[in-house]
Design a protein around this ligand. Structure first.
Ligand code: DX5
Ligand code: ZN
Length: 213
């Protein structure tokens, strides 16, 4: 089964309640929330209060991608605000603190994900595979929507599929559209994030169906 998770980074931030409805009506079960701190990535997006407002507005599964340094400082707040899954970057802290942060996310009853930037080898995720509910392979340099898909990340997806169970969640994020989604699925991805392509699609329900097919 393929899960489509539209990234609200490409939504109208003045109209998020309605944009979540657009996601829901398109048949997507998840919404992907990109949190950026201006340090870990060279861009600033949204934070805890926005996630709390999203939670009040929707019953969609909120997949919160933290592109921030030392996420241990903030995971409690994001979970209290209603995140269903918190995904942290392997590069955002020391290995010891990454283990601690993943454990903290689970302790608080939330699902935990781990992700890597394009320059990080996938083998670096191996020590954490038993501690996560989802692995995310970035298919663009994190920080901005609307970038081109990096097909050369697909061997990482295949490596993960070979080292996990068949139903383990493997997410891809960045440049995913009707053309690149089949490449992701062939490599073994089963959770597809799509920002600009989703929000630009004239028929969003058809777009979601196309990604799932
Ligand atoms: C990039 C974000 C992505 C972004 C994807 O840093 O993590 O989630 O919204 O946008 P598209 O689909 O436009 O590449
Ligand atoms: Zn993202």
């Amino acid at each position: 089964m393929i899960i489509v998770s539209p990234s609200i980074l490409s939504a109208d931030f003045a109209d998020l309640k309605n944009e979540l409805l657009v996601v829901k009506n398109a048949g997507a079960p998840w919404a992907h929330v990109d949190v950026m701190d201006g340090h870990f990535v060279p861009n600033i997006s949204i934070g805890v209060p926005v996630v709390a407002s999203l939670r009040k507005a929707t019953d969609l599964f909120l997949d919160v991608h933290l592109m921030i340094d030392t996420p241990i400082k903030y995971v409690d707040q994001f979970i209290a605000s209603g995140a269903d899954m918190v995904v942290i970057h392997l590069e955002s802290d020391t290995p010891e603190m990454i283990h601690t942060t993943l454990a903290r996310i689970h302790e608080l009853g939330c699902k935990a994900g781990l992700t890597i930037k394009p320059g990080t080898p996938v083998e670096a995720m191996e020590p954490y595979l038993g501690e996560i509910d989802m692995a995310l392979i970035m298919t663009v340099e994190p920080g901005f929507g609307g970038q081109s898909f990096m097909a050369d990340m697909m061997p990482k997806v295949t490596w993960l599929r070979e080292h996990t169970s068949p139903d383990f969640l493997i997410q891809v994020d960045g440049g995913v559209d009707a053309k690149t989604a089949p490449v992701c699925k062939t490599a073994g991805a089963n959770v597809l994030v799509s920002g600009s392509a989703f929000f630009k699609a004239a028929d969003k329900a058809a777009f979601v169906e196309c990604l799932k097919a």
